[in-house]
Ligand binder design. Structure first.
Ligand code: MET
Ligand SMILES: [Zn+2]
Length: 783
């Protein structure tokens, strides 16, 4: 019989319950026991949803309070000494690594957090030492949660991140130079001990994720699979059966690694992203190995096309037999919202097109039944075929006017009037900027009061005039605080924006919105991506009102703030019926009109944020990556190149997009050179990039690529409540000056400040501005 399986379930709960619990715990409003009880309640609820849906193989240890890689750091006792020496309670040490800790005389910044493959989820990067040791934590979490499930009546399959991926995704700590993969030998015994403990607890099988198999790996990493998995296989029946899971790409180029898994139970591959890998993968499996076929998309919200999935599963069954095939989600469902059932406001037509995590788990179960006994799910199959057909024929998806405008786009529309040097000369006179100009990235704290007023406005409890007046008051406050801080380029603070993508989506055609479809982005931070269902256009200006008002009350240049086309695309759930480049160009045209309107209304510094540009980069070098970079860069240029030379275009990138710490990836495949070349090609006058947790020497790539324009590498970690001292800012700036020219350096935080509190922001920015002034004085001859 064909079984069904889920690789992981979202953790946050129906109403972002986990976010609320975490934040209440951090604010000391609930006890540790309360937090742990809430975690348990969520885990049990999620197992039950899957069991009720008829899923055969249900995961455990997919839950994490903050991040699952961070869980593994603690599981292997691999916390850097600056955390472990604080003697914090384990859960507090855990959160200290995730978000920094500044309390009770302890002051440690967070570990670095970076994007998980090409997704908008962020993991905490294992940060390892030259003399790193590993051991199994007391009361290991995978065992504890397996037993918890068992006690509640669920026999689960624990999920572990594999040893090779753990190390390949790690980096050496500042001051260490170890290549993490060389630590494998020390790590293997910990997995051996853990697997034995899981077996002893009653686990029959485990899922070991080795997602790095979708990359082009450097030889040392490839070679690591053999010793790692031979040690695991040698455990025989002392360990649970092992299924190695890969996702977000194909693994065909790494087939030479597969012999390392020969004695394991089987392999999971992503057939949503790469259905064409099915045939070659089938040929690679050993005579008794199983295939876990990922046919239900863990990364998007579209209803599964059962017919397509069933065809793939039938092909696998024909080759292996029904007992050796498992119907699975393509990846963990972490990247999808909890349940469609919460959506009461979607148009009925499109509601039918979607499937969130709680519906996807039913889909895997239905597909498994469909290949075993189609009669038993006849009604479901018919209904599915009808919706798939209805969506493809819906008028909602197609706007001929948008298509017409796209057909008329010219190459000239992508190019600014003059080169950077001559533009900059005009901007300098126009904007009167000092050396080391200080600015922020756009948002200021989204206070409780802002949320309350927005809510009231959405519910119709206050009028538009009242809401606008409130927003103007918030802008006044932001301007006044920037006056006090003495920043050089102001922002209006984005109080009117619920979210940097949703806000724009709500002002464009082609989008629909959910009310509860939250997805975890990092830690307790969740996003609610809007959904692109049809062709996109801009009926009216989107940001002019607020920016114009802000400029009118400000004595310094006011930066207009837009979310770039690639980010609007990537942080929405995109259509799966039209190529992403087409959707992106539609967004670019809408933003182009907005940029020009801002300029017409007296905004002469315009920042177009593209934090998702790096995340969207196809994971392997080659034609797909080149094509992506071309259309992504073109979209940005199409959006921004319509302005005068004297208008300064900024762009912003966060989450360490530039520097590729992936020690596991072969040098030729490192992404930073590609991305730097692409960033240079954007032709933005000023870039701000997240950098506060990275080693400044990585900025050397800008020298290597002789980057001519201006850059503000972030000096303030906005993910952490910590307020860095002035000395710390000076230290960062002087490190940067080893790699960047004083005349090209801007001083700014890593990213927007919406998640911070005002007192933190004021404290940190005061120190930041003072540090900038210190260097301005030192370098005054070069002004
Ligand atoms: C994730 S990038 C965020 C940029 C945006 N302008 C902000 O300041 O919030
Ligand atoms: Zn950012």
């Amino acid at each position: 019989m064909v079984q069904s399986s889920v690789l992981g379930f979202p953790r946050i709960g129906v109403l972002r319950d986990l976010k609320k619990a975490n934040e209440a715990y951090w604010a000391e409003k609930i006890s540790q026991a309360d937090l742990l009880a809430e975690g348990k309640r969520l885990r049990i609820a999620h197992w039950k949803i899957q069991k009720d849906a008829g899923v055969d193989i249900i995961p455990s240890n997919d839950f994490a309070y903050y991040d699952h890689i961070l869980d593994h750091i603690q599981l292997f006792n691999a916390a850097p000494e600056r955390y472990s020496s604080q003697k914090l309670d384990p859960i507090d040490e855990y959160f200290a690594m995730g978000r920094g800790h500044q309390k009770g005389g302890v002051d440690v910044p967070a570990l670095e957090m970076v994007k998980w493959f090409d997704s908008n989820y962020h993991y905490v990067k294992p940060t390892l030492q030259d003399n790193q040791t590993f051991s199994l934590a007391k009361d290991p979490k995978p065992v504890r949660e397996f037993l918890e499930a068992k006690e509640a009546g669920f026999l689960t399959r624990p999920v572990l991140v594999g040893p090779v991926s753990f190390l390949a995704l790690a980096k050496a700590d500042r001051g260490s130079s170890v290549d993490p993969i060389t630590l494998l030998e020390k790590l293997i015994p910990v997995y051996v001990e853990l697997l034995k403990a899981l077996k002893a607890a009653g686990a029959e099988s485990v899922q070991i994720d080795e997602p790095v198999l979708v990359f082009d790996l450097k030889p040392e990493v490839k070679a690591a699979f053999k010793p790692a998995y031979e040690a695991i296989a040698a455990l025989g029946s002392a360990a649970p059966e092992v299924v190695v899971a890969t996702y977000f790409g194909d693994i065909v180029h790494n087939f030479d690694v597969l012999p390392a898994f020969a004695s394991l139970k089987g392999l999971h591959v992503d057939l949503v992203r790469n259905p064409e890998q099915l045939e070659p993968v089938l040929k690679q499996l050993g005579p008794t190995q199983i295939l876990s076929a990922g046919v239900v998309d863990g990364r998007n919200i579209w209803k599964n096309d059962f017919k397509k999935s069933i065809d793939l599963i039938q092909t696998a069954i024909a080759a292996l037999g029904a007992d050796r095939v498992i119907v699975a989600t393509s990846s963990s469902l972490l990247h999808t919202p909890h349940t469609l059932a919460s959506e009461k406001k979607l148009p009925a037509e499109v509601y039918e097109w979607f499937s969130f995590a709680s519906e996807k788990v039913k889909e895997v179960a239905i597909i498994a039944k469909a290949v075993t006994n189609p009669e038993s799910v006849k009604a479901e199959l018919e209904a599915n075929a009808a919706t798939v057909k209805a969506r493809s024929e819906s008028a909602r998806t197609n706007d001929p006017k948008v298509k017409e405008r796209q057909a008329q786009v010219t190459p000239e529309q992508h190019i600014r009037k003059s080169t950077f040097d001559s533009r900059y000369a005009q901007q300098k006179t126009h904007l009167k900027l000092p050396l080391f100009p200080t600015t922020t990235i756009g948002s200021f704290p989204q206070t409780q009061e802002i949320r309350i007023q927005r809510n009231k406005f959405t519910k119709g409890e206050i009028t538009e005039e009242q809401y606008d007046a409130f927003i103007r008051k918030e802008i006044d406050l932001a301007v006044q605080i920037q006056d006090e801080l003495d920043l050089d380029v102001y922002v209006h603070g984005e109080p009117e924006r619920n979210d940097m993508v949703q806000y724009f989506g709500e002002r464009l055609t082609g989008y629909v919105f959910t009310t509860h479809a939250w997805v975890q982005s990092y830690g307790s931070r969740c996003v609610r991506p809007p959904i692109i269902v049809g062709d996109i256009s801009r009926p009216l200006p989107m940001t002019v009102k607020e920016s114009k008002y802000a400029a009118s009350v400000s004595k310094k240049p006011m930066k207009g703030m837009l979310t770039g086309p690639v980010t609007c695309l990537r942080w929405s759930f995109p259509r799966n019926d039209v190529h992403q480049s087409v959707q992106c160009q539609q967004l670019a045209l809408a933003l182009r009109d907005e940029v020009i309107d801002l300029e017409k209304n007296g905004i002469f510094v315009i920042q177009v944020d593209e934090p998702a540009l790096r995340e969207g980069l196809p994971l392997r070098k080659g034609a797909e990556r080149d094509a992506y970079l071309e259309w992504a860069v073109d979209s940005f240029k199409l959006a921004t190149a319509g302005v005068e030379d004297s208008t300064q275009i900024h762009s912003h990138f966060c989450y360490s997009e530039f520097q590729d710490f992936f020690h596991g990836i072969s040098a030729e495949n490192r992404t930073y050179t590609d991305i730097i070349i692409a960033i240079a090609a954007l032709d933005a006058d000023v870039l701000s990039i997240e950098n506060s947790k990275s080693d400044a020497k990585l900025l050397k790539v800008f020298i290597d690529e002789s980057y001519p324009r201006h850059i503000g590498p972030g000096v303030y970690d906005i993910h952490s409540p910590r307020v860095p001292a002035e000395e710390e800012f000076k230290q960062r700036i002087s490190e940067m000056l080893q790699f960047l020219r004083p005349g090209q350096l801007w001083i700014n935080p890593d990213c927007g400040l919406k998640t911070r509190k005002w007192d933190e922001v004021k404290g940190a920015l005061t120190h930041m501005v003072n540090a900038a002034k210190f260097f301005r004085e030192q370098y005054k001859d070069q002004a």
